[in-house]
Write a protein that binds this ligand. Sequence first.
Ligand SMILES: Nc1ncnc2c1ncn2[C@@H]1O[C@H](COP(=O)(O)OP(=O)(O)OP(=O)(O)O)[C@@H](O)[C@H]1O
Ligand SMILES: [Mg+2]
Length: 266
Amino acid sequence: MSAGRPDDGFNDGAATPGGPSPSAPAPPPAPDQAPLLELEQVHAAYGPFRALFGVSIAVPRKSVVALLGPNGAGKSTVARVVTGLVPVSSGRVRFDGRDVTDVRTYQRARLGIAYAPEGRSVFSTLTVEENLALPARSDRGRAATAAALEKAFQAFPQLAARRRQRAGTLSGGEQRMLSLASVLVEPPLLLVVDELSLGLAAVVIDSVFQTLAAIRDAGTSLLIVEQHVDRALSLADHVVLLSKGEVVRQGPVDEMRALATSLPGM
Ligand SMILES: Nc1ncnc2c1ncn2[C@@H]1O[C@H](COP(=O)(O)OP(=O)(O)OP(=O)(O)O)[C@@H](O)[C@H]1O
Ligand SMILES: [Mg+2]
């Protein structure tokens, strides 16, 4: 677990060793201490249907935030707002020191926001190996790309056995593994994960969560929407509870655990 890290954006104002004395005026946060991702008073809608009402969320650098809440709460909508798939009707989205509210999805991806959506997201006519090589940066060089692929195959041996198989012929669970494995090839600054374990066998979910932990350990921050609350809490540093398009509570996982596990419909 990594709760209570010193660069934790949720601990604003907490005394830190070597920090300014209490009498000194508070300096502006250093760029690397500001949260990696911030949603400020975000409203969002699907046509006339309003889905988010003033959602403010922060994902500190190198942390895992679990977004929990009942069906229809707006979790996937938050994930889509972060990736730019759903526009905000008001409010701001900031990422890595810049305002990305009006930045397109593919540009956000270039800035370091990766998205693992509900369901499958692989190129079905390409092989497993080709799918994995796609996100590798072109300036990386062959040897480095091959090494990154091997790392992904080590995390998912089941995929290694199928490396030359077309992705469209993989099972649903294997396709989900593949979309997660491709994240390992080129780790983003932020990975947004929406119900990645939906419909997967328990043993596969285990490897999905081990992989998420490995991605976190490699320095990527995670915003995870997950129906298995216990698993989400085992990985999370912070929890945001969403209901009817509003944040009802948020805080460090230790303060939120009892509440999160006692909510009806979760
Ligand atoms: N494409 C859409 N068009 C219209 N309304 C939508 C659309 N997608 C979501 N909604 C509505 O927005 C609200 C929030 O949906 P969202 O998918 O964000 O919830 P969720 O918390 O992810 O739920 P679940 O746990 O069931 O996945 C819901 O009332 C839903 O019906
Ligand atoms: Mg959803």
